[in-house]
Design a protein. Sequence first.
Length: 136
Amino acid sequence: MATRDFEDIVDDFEFLEEWEDRYRYIIEQAKLMAPLEEALKVPATKVDGCASQVWLHPNISNDIFSFEGDSDAIIVRGLIAVLRKLFNGLSVQDVLKVDAHSELARLGLNDHLSAQRSNGVRAMIERIRSIASGQV
């Protein structure tokens, strides 16, 4: 279960055969994403477990989940953009149903991210799930 925006990324990744091109794509996604307001970069929005600094600011309106995010590392910022395309616009219940690891595996990210970045992605997904389940 993925959004149309995420399916577009999957389609683009199938077209881009070289991992250098896929990294450039992720960096481009980072550059397209609006920066998070400095006032929202607070301890409550900071994600623990990431080697880089990462902030996720959620919004749930009429049971529809979305979040903004930012990082001090461009690749991580691009990964936030990918996660936004995976989750934003889903109902809170559907956010909890998404098997994010399987969806991201469709992009081959598991094989091409460092252990630290993989841990950071897991931490971001856990935070998103916690927010959607009302635990944060």
